[in-house]
Write a protein that binds this ligand. Sequence first.
Ligand code: FES
Length: 114
Amino acid sequence: MEGFPLSDHPKTVKIEFPLADQTCEVDYDDTLVDATFRYELPIRYRCERAVCTTCLVEVIEGQENLSPIEPREQQTLAAIKAQPNWRLACQVSVMGDVKLDYVPITDPRRKREE
Ligand code: FES
């Protein structure tokens, strides 16, 4: 996995939801769902397996500070014609500061293939 060398990475990283005016600090490499449990972040989730897309988030800043996209997540994002800066929170670990926004299941930008 890319990111900081083990000895150089920060102990904590900041997750910010500017549109919801919410910020928290989590441990380096925590998942967004872990953070949601602890800090009640504005992220909804269901399957936690990159299937339902309920947990879709838009990365406003810090895309490079998130874990790489694995094939299962990539397949699901492609199926809904996701924007390049959208990720499935249930598949993402945070390795640096990020700014995010939740993309509700009713967002008209979602275009699931028939
Ligand atoms: S919770 Fe279902 S895709 Fe993330």
